[in-house]
Design a protein around this ligand. Structure first.
Ligand code: GDP
Length: 303
């Protein structure tokens, strides 16, 4: 299981809660479902999801006449995966690449969630796959953000388009898009500032960037990836709601999943935001950025 190490904490939290419940399992009764709901909520899956899941399990356990521990475990796994996948049946988990010309991906999210790191990792990954990658340091606001992206650029051997600190991020975006077109880059990753103090500002800033991008490349940006920090739990959800109201987010990157024992947040995000979790961050190394696969995640919990 590719999440083995990265989910060690979640296995000792979320996983252990479920396993403990099942270890003491005698028969399916109301107590069992109540304890299950509690374990789910404590693992950050959220109230709504915990209730839906427990209702569905109740029915399914009856339908399948599941009585022993293994049968009940199987139903739980099946329903968790189902619930995740059903929500996203019309979306795909892959990055949406432009059929021709540069693919532009905008990264949004508040400071400290791991935007820059994620871009660095993703740039390395696609570079290794033979793509020509360009980075744009449009987070001109946070001190050090430009340099941090440049460090990744050096490490990945990928150029970084920059502008002056506190300068207009839209100007950086414009330069980067021009260069991506002229020099035939396959992918342009744009790092943006995560200022959330004012929703109207955020909305305007993102709208301006998107306008500039789509004026140069009609279908772009091809993705707007919202980066969320798994260790912030329910806070990540409220941030996500704000960003979703501010711009058309196309997918989630959930970072620092290795740093929480309450990895149920992945399920809550899908259920409450109806957005696909495209990648998860399981550590600081490039190889720690992984495509998210619900069934591997859920199976991993019970190991
Ligand atoms: P930004 O402000 O959103 O650009 O955030 P940064 O990219 O600077 O990341 C903030 C911190 O989180 C850095 O110390 C990163 O190394 C760390 N970080 C990012 N992603 C992960 C992850 O998946 N796991 C862990 N453990 N740390 C991460």
């Amino acid at each position: 299981n590719k999440y083995e190490q990265g989910l060690a904490k979640t296995r000792t939290g979320f996983g252990a809660r479920l396993n403990a419940l099942l270890a003491n399992f005698r028969h399916v009764d109301e107590d069992f479902f109540e304890n299950l709901e509690e374990a789910l909520i404590e693992s950050d899956v959220g109230f709504e999801m915990a209730e839906t899941l427990s209702d569905q399990l109740r029915e399914e356990v009856k339908l399948q006449n599941a009585k022993n521990k293994q049968a009940v475990t199987n139903v739980i796994i099946e329903k968790m995966v189902d619930l995740y996948e059903q929500q996203g049946k019309d979306e795909h988990n892959e990055i949406n690449f432009a059929p021709t010309g540069p693919t532009v991906i905008l990264f949004v999210g508040v400071n400290g969630v791991g935007k820059t790191t994620t871009i660095g990792k993703m740039a390395a990954m696609y570079q290794q796959q033979g793509k020509k990658v360009l980075l744009a340091a449009a987070d001109t606001f946070r001190a050090g953000a430009i340099q941090q992206l440049q460090v990744w650029g050096k490490r990945d051997h990928v150029p970084v388009v920059t502008g002056p600190e506190k300068g207009d991020p839209a100007a950086v975006v414009f330069d980067a898009v021009e260069r991506a077109k002229q020099e035939n880059y396959d992918i342009l990753f744009v790092d943006t500032a995560g200022r959330l103090q004012n929703k109207v500002n955020l909305m305007n800033e993102l709208a301006k960037m998107k306008r500039i991008i789509s004026r140069e490349i009609p279908d772009a940006p091809h993705e707007v990836l919202l980066v969320l920090d798994a260790t912030t739990g329910q806070n990540a959800l409220s941030q996500a709601k704000l960003f979703k109201e501010s711009t058309d987010v196309t997918g989630i990157v959930l970072t620092k999943l290795d740093g929480t024992a309450r990895g149920g947040i992945v399920l809550a995000i899908r259920n409450e935001l109806h957005l696909p979790v495209k990648y998860v961050g399981l550590g600081e190394k490039v190889s720690d950025l992984q495509k998210f696969d619900a069934s591997e995640f859920v199976y991993g919990l019970f190991k």
